[in-house]
Design a protein around this ligand. Structure first.
Ligand SMILES: C[S@@+](CC[C@H](N)C(=O)[O-])C[C@H]1O[C@@H](n2cnc3c(N)ncnc32)[C@H](O)[C@@H]1O
Length: 210
């Protein structure tokens, strides 16, 4: 069984010692696929310091952002207040999947939800699928390969999931889905010393049938 105390401690320490500010930009895959959707209720799983949640709230969505790190959530909350968005976004601490937010959402985003500390990711995706309202969009996206300069660190990292594994986890929830995009997407990435590489991301973008 994964040790949830270790997971909490790891992410608290990471955010408590993080010195670089967040860039404030939404994730590209979220931006692309939510474009043109009428704002409703959104759930951001693994919201970190709130970039995606605040971007959605700025577009009129009512957002619930969830993360295991209270430090990250406090930063996100402070940013929401500073931006005048606090009435549209709520931040909740959950160690998923042991604890999960309640409610039904028109957009559920699970992007770059990775952790060196193991947890039951398939169960989180099953719960994310159940939390997606009929007609709603579920976006699951993240690394499939790490860039070359990150390889040594990744020895301790659980293997990145394939699109097929993430799609199968969603299927465990048992609803009907329209597959919008299920596969790998490649993009050019630049390392801290200017190195260039091609990284592959896994994309599982689905719409729940009404
Ligand atoms: C790699 S960061 C990515 C954050 C953000 N979605 C992004 O795209 O930049 C993963 C986030 O998930 C959170 N996290 C990892 N495992 C978690 C779990 N089991 N339950 C809740 N949050 C978790 C971490 O605290 C961290 O903020």
């Amino acid at each position: 069984m994964p040790d949830t105390q270790d997971l909490r401690t790891f992410w608290e320490n990471r955010y408590a010692t993080m010195t670089t500010p967040t860039n404030g930009d939404p994730t590209g895959v979220l931006k692309r696929h939510s474009d043109g959707r009428s704002p409703g209720r959104a759930l951001d799983i693994g919201c970190a310091r709130g970039d995606d949640a605040l971007w959605l709230a700025g577009l009129g969505w009512r957002v619930t952002g969830v993360d295991v790190s209270q430090t990250a959530l406090d930063i996100a909350q402070g940013r929401a207040e500073a931006a005048g968005l606090a009435d549209r976004v709520t931040f909740e601490r959950h160690t998923m999947p042991e604890s999960f937010p309640t409610g039904s959402f028109d957009l559920v985003s699970v992007v770059f939800f990775h952790s060196p500390m193991a947890f039951d990711r398939a169960r989180v995706l099953e719960l994310a699928a159940r939390a997606t309202a009929p007609g709603g969009l579920l976006i699951v996206a993240g690394h499939n390969t790490a860039p070359s300069w990150r390889q040594p660190e990744s020895h301790d990292h659980p293997a990145f999931p394939t699109p097929e594994e993430d799609r199968a986890a969603v299927a465990r929830a048992g609803q009907d889905w329209r597959d919008i995009e299920v596969g790998l997407s490649k993009r050019e990435v630049t390392g801290p010393e200017g190195q260039r590489d091609i990284a592959a991301d896994s994309h599982v973008i689905l719409e729940r049938m009404k």
